[in-house]
Design a protein around this ligand. Structure first.
Ligand code: 4AD
Ligand code: MG
Length: 478
C-alpha cells in the first residue's frame, strides 16, 4: 500500500524520531538550493524540507520555485536551525505541478493588500489571507455552535424574494425578461406578469421578516446566509454581497436582545482567541506594521490581541441615541468643528460620530438604543414619546456599527398605522401582518454583519480583505 501524505499541521505535532513521512504542498521559498519551505494550508506554519543536492538530479531541482507543488518523502528529524522545530530530510521528491517564476505574480516579498486584491484568485496562498480565512471559517462554525447550544433553530430564509425588508430600496433585481425586448403593458410600464415569478423579484437584503415568521413557531431562531445590497458606496465597510446572522426571539424585549447580542459577540471573540492563536499572533504582527505607516493620531491604541481581550472583559456601554447626541454636541471635538457632519437630534449618526463615542468617549463597545423613528425601519416598536423606536445598534472600535436590531412592533394597529405612513402595502405584506393577527407576542432580533465581525477579529482594515471574492460597485471578478 502506498503511503498517504500527512498534513503539515499533524506532522508538526509528532515527536521527530527519524520516522518516514510523506507530505504534499506548495513551495513558499527554496533557499540556497537546499531548504524548501513547504505549505499545505493545514496550518499557517511552513514545514522545512532539507534537500541534499547531491542526491537529486539538477534538472529536478531547477524546477523548484515559489508556487511549485511537490510531494516529498523523507525522515522527520528535530531541526537545529532557527525558526522551526521539525524538518524533513528528503529522500524522494516529486514535482506535481510546475510554476514559472517569470509568470507567477506571488513572489516571496511583501505585496500590498491592494495588489493582492487584484489577484484574489491567488491571494489565499499568502499567510495573511490563510490566517484571515481560517479565522473566518472558525467564526462561522462558532456562530452555529453558539446558537445551537442555546436552543435556536437554524432557518434558511430565501435568497430571492418579492419584498424589500428594510425599505431601503437598494435592491438587485432578479429577472428573466429579455432586457433587449422588455414586454410592456398597455400603459407603457414593464409587464412583470411575463417575468419568471409573475411579479418583480429581487435578491434579499435581509432574512429578518421570514425569521420573524419562524420565531412565532420555534420561539428562538437564527438565519445565517448571504444578503445583497446595491449600495453605491465604496467604503472599507460595505460590500454588495455580505453574510448576515439574524437571530429572532419571541418573548424577548430590548434589554434581553442586548444581553444576547453582547454575550454572543464575547463568545465569538473568545472562540477565535482559543482556537486561532497562531493566526491572531501573525495578524497582530501584520497590523502593527501597518499601523506604523499611519499618522500618529490615526493609529489604533491597542495591539490586536489586547483589543480582543478588552472587548471580552468590559461590559458594553448602554445609552440612548438622545444621550449620545448630547455627548456629541457637548464634545470638544464638536466645539472645534472637527466633525464633517454637524451633530443634530434626528440625524443618522455617521461613522465619525460612532467612532468618537466608541474610541474617544467610552473607549469600549457601545450599544445605542431608542433612535428617532424617522430614520429607522417600519417594523421597530414605537415608544410612547411618539418620536423614538426600540432600536439598538452596537458600535465597535475601529468598525463602527457591527450589529443593528430592535424590538419589533407586535401591536397590529400600531404596525398598520406606521406602514401606512411609510407607504408600505399592507396587502402585499399580509403574511407578515398575520403574525400580529394570530397569537402575536413581544419579540426582538438583530443582524450581525459577518464580515464586520471578521474585520474586527482579524484587524483587517478593509472589508474586501475578509471575504474571499468581494463584490463591490464595478467589481465582480472571479
Ligand atoms: O442594520 P442592518 O441594515 O439591519 C438589518 O438588516 C436588520 N434586518 C437586522 C435585524 O434586525 N434582523 O444590517 C445589519 C448589519 C449591520 O449592522 C452591518 O454590520 C451589516 O449588517 N451590514 C453590512 N455589512 C457589509 N456590507 C454592507 N453593505 C452592509 N450593510 C449592513
Ligand atoms: Mg443598521
Amino acid at each position: 500500500m502506498t503511503m498517504k501524505p500527512i498534513l503539515i499541521k499533524n506532522i508538526l505535532q509528532l515527536t521527530p524520531q527519524s520516522q518516514t513521512v510523506k507530505v504534499s504542498g506548495w513551495v513558499r521559498t527554496f533557499r540556497n538550493n537546499q531548504f524548501i519551505s513547504l505549505n499545505d494550508g493545514s496550518t499557517i506554519k511552513n514545514l522545512q524540507i532539507v534537500v541534499d543536492f547531491q542526491n537529486f538530479p539538477e534538472e529536478l531541482l531547477k524546477k523548484i520555485h515559489t508556487g511549485t507543488s511537490i510531494t516529498v518523502t523523507g525522515k522527520l528529524v528535530p531541526s537545529l536551525g532557527k525558526g522551526q522545530t521539525h524538518e524533513v530530510v528528503a529522500e524522494a521528491l516529486d514535482i506535481i505541478g510546475e510554476c514559472s517564476p517569470e509568470e507567477y505574480p506571488l513572489q516571496p516579498k511583501k505585496h500590498s493588500l491592494e495588489f493582492l486584491r487584484e489577484i484574489a484568485h491567488l491571494r489565499m496562498r499568502t499567510t495573511t489571507f490563510q490566517s484571515v480565512f481560517k479565522v473566518r471559517s472558525g467564526l462561522a462554525f462558532a456562530i452555529h455552535q453558539y446558537f445551537q447550544q442555546h436552543g435556536f433553530v437554524y432557518i434558511h430564509s430565501p435568497i430571492i424574494t418579492a419584498s424589500d425588508a428594510e425599505g431601503a430600496g437598494e435592491l438587485f433585481q432578479v429577472t428573466t425578461l429579455n432586457l433587449n425586448n422588455i414586454p410592456k403593458t398597455e400603459t407603457g410600464e414593464v409587464d412583470f406578469s411575463e417575468d419568471f415569478f409573475g411579479k418583480p423579484a429581487n435578491l434579499t437584503v435581509s432574512g429578518q421578516l421570514e425569521a420573524e415568521l419562524a420565531a412565532m413557531a420555534f420561539s428562538k431562531v437564527y438565519t445565517f446566509g448571504p444578503t445583497f445590497r446595491a449600495e453605491n458606496s465604496n467604503t472599507p465597510r460595505h460590500l454588495a454581497e455580505f453574510w448576515m446572522i439574524e437571530p429572532e426571539m419571541a418573548f424577548y424585549e430590548l434589554p434581553d436582545n442586548m444581553d444576547l447580542a453582547e454575550d454572543m459577540l464575547k463568545y465569538l471573540i473568545q472562540y477565535a482567541f482559543n482556537n486561532f492563536p497562531d493566526e491572531l499572533e501573525f495578524l497582530q504582527q501584520r497590523q502593527s506594521e501597518e499601523e506604523k505607516q499611519k499618522p500618529q493620531n490615526e493609529r489604533s491604541s491597542m495591539p490586536l490581541l489586547e483589543k480582543l481581550n478588552f472587548c471580552i472583559k468590559e461590559s458594553f456601554e448602554r445609552l440612548t441615541y438622545t444621550q449620545a447626541i448630547d455627548i456629541l454636541e457637548n464634545s470638544s471635538y464638536n466645539k472645534k468643528k472637527k466633525f464633517q457632519f454637524p451633530v443634530q437630534w434626528g440625524m443618522d449618526l455617521q461613522t465619525e460620530h460612532e467612532r468618537y463615542l466608541v474610541e474617544k468617549e467610552f473607549n469600549k463597545p457601545v450599544i445605542l438604543t431608542d433612535y428617532p423613528k424617522a430614520i429607522k425601519a417600519f417594523y421597530m416598536r414605537q415608544n410612547d414619546d411618539d418620536k423614538t423606536v426600540r432600536a439598538m445598534d452596537i458600535l465597535f472600535p475601529g468598525i463602527g456599527e457591527i450589529i443593528g436590531g430592535s424590538q419589533r412592533e407586535e401591536r397590529l394597529d400600531k404596525l398598520e398605522q406606521r406602514m401606512k405612513e411609510m407607504r408600505i402595502s399592507a396587502k402585499d405584506m399580509y403574511w407578515y401582518l398575520d403574525t400580529r393577527r394570530f397569537g402575536t407576542v413581544p419579540h426582538s432580533g438583530f443582524g450581525l454583519g459577518f464580515e464586520r465581525l471578521v474585520q474586527f477579529v482579524t484587524g483587517m482594515s478593509n472589508i474586501r480583505d475578509v471575504i474571499p471574492f468581494p463584490r463591490t460597485p464595478k467589481n465582480c471578478e472571479f
